[in-house]
Design a protein around this ligand. Sequence first.
Ligand code: PLP
Length: 291
Amino acid sequence: MKSETPHHNLTRHWQALDAAHHVHPFTDTAALNREGVRVITKGEGVYLWDSEGHRLIDGMSGLWCVQLGYGNAELAEAGCDALKRLPYYNHFFKTSNPWTIELAAKLASLLPEGHEHVLFANSGSEANDSALKLIRYYWNLKEKPEKKIHLSRDYAYHGVTMAAASLSGLTPMHPQWDLPLEGFEKVPAPYWYGARAAGYGDIGPDEFGVVIARKLEEKILELGPDRVASFSAEPVQGAGGVIFPPATYWPEVQRICRQYDVLIHLDEVITGFGRTGEWFGAGPTVLRPTS
Ligand SMILES: Cc1ncc(COP(=O)(O)O)c(C=O)c1O
């Protein structure tokens, strides 16, 4: 029998506690029960270590969010300073604080022109729920309360809450929870590498970008432009397969959404904050926005 090192003992201990008390999202529970959880004990730069002493390159950067690396001293010091000075206060009831105010102003200076306001959330999923609430509020204020349908794309990933999972186009996310909720509809993704398999034949990326954008137009016309509130999309689709849209796609989507008065909701959870080489995916590298 293989002799156990102290590492192995600790791993077994944590695995048993985890199995007894911790529920994992996005996990094949049968496989987890069979194999036991991997326990990550340390991070530094792009590396992680597990409790068995393995060093791993974190190619996905956590859930795409550790672009400044693990063990970043500057971040740790800023966090520590904030925790000591004002560890918590809310923004409800006409209240703010210097850190929130200055961060909102800084973000406004980095966002594409015309975006002046920031509403903070605690996760990407919650941010998307908040975006849908703002979209509904907007159309209610515009006295178009019948605009309630939210369009999004196949292979989309927008998060785990009821609304964010409904927006998501990864179908294994739906049946267990009776999702999507009513009023969530899908259109095809600009997935050029899959075009032949999807029956589009020998089509170039530029032509494909326009063809797929026009599937959005067809859907809007099928549902009725008066009922369609928004089109949600990641500038580059991440979890669905890192799908980079053809150059022709976004300009045509923008033309369509303008024409039918449909709001574009960009989910920048994994393309924002410098991860495409621009501050946001809505910058020139990905969207190449038209005026
Ligand atoms: C595009 C996108 N939107 C939303 C989310 C959800 O963010 P969170 O895990 O912070 O809820 C993710 C997570 O990876 C994501 O990739």
